[in-house]
Design a binder for this molecule. Structure first.
Ligand code: ATP
Length: 367
């Protein structure tokens, strides 16, 4: 059983000048056996520190870390039965690929026949058979990345830890490697913990995602749930591209009012918002749920508003149209045939069935 659990895990760094800095502020989560979990969040949010604590490369200030059925707080990294793939691959340049793959097992004094078998197996899984006698510099970036993964596979660990493994690859190769890593997870049937700051990578790879900010866990959920039901404005704004629009609004009777328009709400939404009658809320609308009136699906007519188009970006498969509601700039991701040009007074349609509402003070989702 290769589950990983954090129980109130906290990490503080002592700083000569500023005193104590809290990088991880008391995390609780469980990663189930064979699960692919991604830690995601902006730079400095504590994701790498969390991963390094699982690996034992960093010791938590307080709390317990469990791998399998053992509390591993005092266990050396090499005794934790984990393998880590680093961002820079950390390959030995003077060794061949075969030697790079064998190195860790030789250090563990494994028999040669076992090492050969493990290297053969990893090379076959990763398509590296023809490259075993080459040096790392004779490989492409993607192939080097595979060798780094291969070094983890030969160890046959309980848990794989990946720290931004694709960040040194160009965009196209990153997409290809992302697909390969997803397939690898299915083949290996292993527990994988994966760190990235890229929400697209997180959404495509993770079975569940841990969203972090400033050392705090914001939400742990499946990609679908994060997109459909973000807990707060941070998660709502972080997941999805372009980001969710946040529009100042207030609730009056059966309507939500924004500057220049008001929309009738359904009974169940009104019920959710009952504590906010006559009060301010933040209306969250994803760009893909705002349409031009000329190319709109079947949405009730009173969910329209007029605004002047500020910018149009043509992306081929869709257009991004920017306009203002009050002081906020709003982005609509519309069908490329939508008629819109800068300066045009355009009618937009908002799919209020997809609307999110947040408390303006706490920034938490309402209902
Ligand atoms: P990135 O995506 O930039 O790698 P991250 O989410 O992985 O960011 P961490 O590397 O976990 O962030 O760092 C979390 C915070 O802890 C950062 O503010 C960082 O500056 C701080 N930190 C990390 N390691 C140390 C250290 N050894 N000493 C002091 N502060 C540290």
């Amino acid at each position: 059983m290769a589950r990983v659990e954090f129980r109130q895990v906290r990490k503080e760094f002592k700083d000569d000048h500023k005193g104590t800095f809290t990088a991880v502020a008391g995390s609780d989560f469980v990663i189930e056996d064979k699960e692919f979990v991604v830690f995601v969040g902006p730079s400095g949010c504590g994701k790498t520190t969390s991963l390094r604590m699982i690996a034992g490369l960093e010791k938590q200030t307080s709390g317990d870390i469990v791998i399998g059925d053992r509390i591993v707080n005092d266990l050396h990294p090499k005794d934790r039965d984990i393998a880590m793939v680093f961002q820079d691959y950390a390959l030995y340049p003077h060794m061949t690929i075969r030697e790079n793959l064998s190195f860790g097992l030789k250090n563990l004094k494994k028999p040669k026949s076992y090492i050969d078998e493990q290297v053969r197996n990893a090379a076959s899984i990763l398509g590296l058979e023809a490259m075993l006698e080459r040096k790392p510099r004779e490989l492409s970036g993607g192939q080097r990345q595979r060798v780094a993964v291969g070094r983890a596979i030969v160890r046959d660990p309980q848990v794989f830890l990946f720290d931004e493994p694709l960040s040194n690859l160009d965009a196209k190769l990153r997409v290809q490697m992302r697909v390969e890593l997803g397939e690898l997870h299915k083949r290996l049937g292993a527990t994988i913990v994966y760190v990235t700051h890229d929400q697209v990578e997180a959404m495509t790879l993770g079975e569940r995602i841990v969203v972090m900010n400033h050392g705090d866990i914001q939400q742990v959920a499946s990609p679908k749930e994060l997109y459909a039901s973000p807990r707060n404005m941070f998660v709502a704004g972080f997941i999805g591209s372009p980001a969710m629009n946040f529009i100042d609004a207030h609730i009056e009777g059966t309507q939500v009012k924004v500057e220049g328009a008001s929309f009738t709400l359904s009974d169940d939404v009104l019920q959710r918002l009952s504590a906010y009658q006559g009060k301010r809320v933040i209306l969250g609308m994803r760009p893909e749920h705002i349409f031009g009136d000329d190319v709109a699906p079947n949405i009730p007519q009173d969910h329209m508003l007029q605004a002047r188009v500020q910018v149009v970006e043509h992306l081929g498969s869709e257009n991004l149209v920017y306009f203002h509601i009050g002081s906020r700039t709003v982005t609509a991701k519309v069908h490329p045939e939508t008629h819109a040009y800068v300066g045009m007074d355009k009618t937009f349609v908002l799919d209020m069935r997809k609307a999110h509402f947040f408390d303006p003070e706490t920034e938490m989702a309402i209902g």
